[in-house]
Write a protein that binds this ligand. Structure first.
Ligand code: PEP
Ligand code: MN
Length: 333
């Protein structure tokens, strides 16, 4: 249920209403916008007397929210959320360009890629240290060492870093990582999501391979229920009938998620297609659909990459794409 307050409501009256609602056993999420304050009520609202609340002189309107996701719901928080990763803003008109290799391999590799993508306009560096691989015999990532190398690249370039966490047991290792990525395979690892709700760092939450938008939003809700509102949603392709590329990029997810939620929505065209030459057209389609950013795999030597070489752009290809991204943004803004 949401309670929209009249503008210029007296602070004491507002506090009294909130305390009363809390005394009814409800959680109250307060969203203070430029024009309106919206109180989002969480819990068993079935017994709440809507008419009574509506009759209060400080209340503009009361509406039931049918969706099961509340904190990430745009009805609870009409303004866009802006995520802040070490000073870099994402969402609410702030576009992010996240780029880097699938996996951190060596210091030289990650530092040279970081410098190259920064020169092309990237403002956040990606690099996997814990890799969720289909085969247990494939490269599993450099783990703690990979995170240390990523931090060296951050120091060299000033770019904030994002890396995937696969287990809550590794949280201590991520204390100095700027954005924690939850990969597609862990989208419904609820224990991990709950821990991230308390960890206090921005989370990049990827849509699962076979998950609906509602399930993605419910996973965001798990993180937000712990008090962490810094969540970025990421569409990265889903399983359909695609036979010639890795997954199907659900571009429609971008405007629909924007309608349903106030959280920033970014797109990963690399994992969506699995083929480097498919990345630019899909990236541009995501920008045209209104994405708040792109996360793209870039490698200086894709043929010898330890993971996902086939979908990685070379730095010069990324540079060319970045220029087109800017043009599409200008065209659709
Ligand atoms: C990744 O970004 O490195 C990754 C493994 O992505 P996803 O979880 O989307 O497959
Ligand atoms: Mn990858």
């Amino acid at each position: 249920m949401i309670v929209v307050l009249k503008s210029n409501v007296n602070e004491n009256r507002r506090k009294q209403l909130i305390s009363w609602l809390e005394s009814q056993g409800l959680g109250v999420h307060i969203s203070t916008g430029a024009y309106q304050t919206v109180l989002g009520l969480i819990g068993d609202t079935a017994k709440v007397d809507m008419e009574l609340i509506e009759s209060l002189d400080i209340v503009e309107s009361v509406k039931r929210v049918s969706e099961t996701f509340k904190r990430c719901n745009r009805k609870f928080h009409p303004d866009d959320t802006v995520v802040n990763a070490k000073g870099v803003k994402i969402g609410g008109g702030n576009f992010c360009m996240i780029a880097g290799p699938c996996s951190v391999e060596t210091e030289e590799q990650i530092v040279s890629i970081a410098k190259a993508v920064k020169a092309s306009g990237a403002n956040i560096l990606r690099g996997g240290a814990f890799k969720p691989r289909t085969s247990p015999y494939d490269f599993q990532g450099l783990k703690a060492t990979g995170l240390e190398l990523l931090k060296i690249a951050r120091q060299e370039t000033g770019l904030p870093i994002v890396s995937e966490i696969m287990s809550a047991h590794d949280l201590k290792l991520f204390e100095d990582v700027d954005i924690l990525q939850v990969g597609a395979r862990n989208m419904q690892n609820f224990d991990l999501l709950i821990e991230l709700g308390h960890f206090g760092k921005p989370v990049l939450l990827k849509r699962g391979l076979a998950n609906t938008l509602k399930e993605l939003l419910m996973s965001a809700e798990y993180i937000m229920a712990g008090g962490n509102e810094q969540v970025i949603l990421c569409e990265r392709g889903i399983r359909t009938f695609s036979d010639y590329y890795r997954n199907t990029l659900d571009v429609s997810a971008v405007p629909m998620l924007h309608e349903l939620s106030h959280l920033p929505v970014i797109v990963d065209p690399s994992h969506a297609t699995g083929i480097a030459r498919m990345v630019p057209p899909m990236a541009l389609s995501a920008v045209a659909a209104g994405a708040d950013g792109l996360i793209i795999e870039v490698h200086n030597d894709p043929i010898h990459a330890l993971c996902d070489g086939a979908q990685s752009l070379r730095p010069e290809e990324y540079d060319a794409l970045s220029k087109k991204v800017r043009k599409v943004r200008e065209a659709v803004l």
